[in-house]
Design a protein around this ligand. Structure first.
Ligand SMILES: Nc1ncnc2c1ncn2[C@H]1C[C@H](O)[C@@H](COP(=O)(O)OP(=O)(O)O)O1
Ligand SMILES: [Mg+2]
Length: 184
């Protein structure tokens, strides 16, 4: 399934707990991209410039990275947890064409102020170039404009489970567990 939500909503935090409990293969598009940047490759340098501006990297680049990572784990995986993708409806359509339809979309929902506060706090230690006030604003704008519409695309199929991420981490996780277990 996919885990979906704004920047700082708590996707990564919940993914860690999901992986510990269910053993799914966690694929964070952001982490894959940041690994490419860290490798120092030419492609990584181009990606870094885009991410630093808070913009979306080209669709095919992210999707190919996810697909490669899925294939690499195909024979050992108990299931995939795709984190931070799709970021726009077009990406969702491409994912379905090239990979398939997700079984579940966990929509980790928090208020804009909450997300900003969490990201500013995370920025104190994360070392992430995009966890600064200016880029956070742009990421939130982009989230509301481009990414949130993705929900409607999946809602039609009845696979969206909205999770209140204003709650403490463990309470959020309890709701997540319920959503996953209902599916099994
Ligand atoms: N339910 C919650 N309550 C309080 N803080 C939370 C929370 N979920 C996550 N956080 C904190 C952990 C991080 O420092 C920050 C952003 O969380 P994250 O998991 O990195 O978000 P995302 O991966 O969606 O960007 O907020
Ligand atoms: Mg994350």
């Amino acid at each position: 399934g996919h885990i979906f939500g704004g920047p700082g909503s708590g996707k990564g935090t919940q993914c860690e707990k999901i992986v510990a409990k269910y053993g799914y293969t966690h694929l964070s598009s952001g982490d894959l991209l940041r690994a490419e940047v860290a490798s120092g490759s030419e492609r990584g340098k181009q990606l870094q410039a885009i991410m630093q501006k808070g913009e979306l990297v080209p669709l095919d680049t992210v999707l190919d990275m996810i697909k490669d990572a899925m294939i690499a784990k195909a024979d050992v995986s108990k299931g995939y947890l795709i984190d931070g993708y799709p970021r726009e409806v077009k990406q969702g359509e491409e994912f379905e064409k090239k990979i398939g339809a997700p079984a579940l979309l966990l929509y980790v929902d928090a208020k804009a102020e909450t997300m900003v506060q969490r990201l500013m706090k995370r920025g104190e230690t994360s070392g992430r170039a995009d966890d600064n006030e200016e880029t956070i604003k742009k990421r939130l704008d982009l989230y509301y404009k481009a990414t949130e519409p993705v929900i409607a695309y999946y809602e039609k199929r009845g696979i969206v489970r909205k999770i209140n991420s204003e709650l403490p981490v463990d309470e959020v996780f309890a709701i997540v567990v319920k959503a996953i277990d209902e599916l099994k």
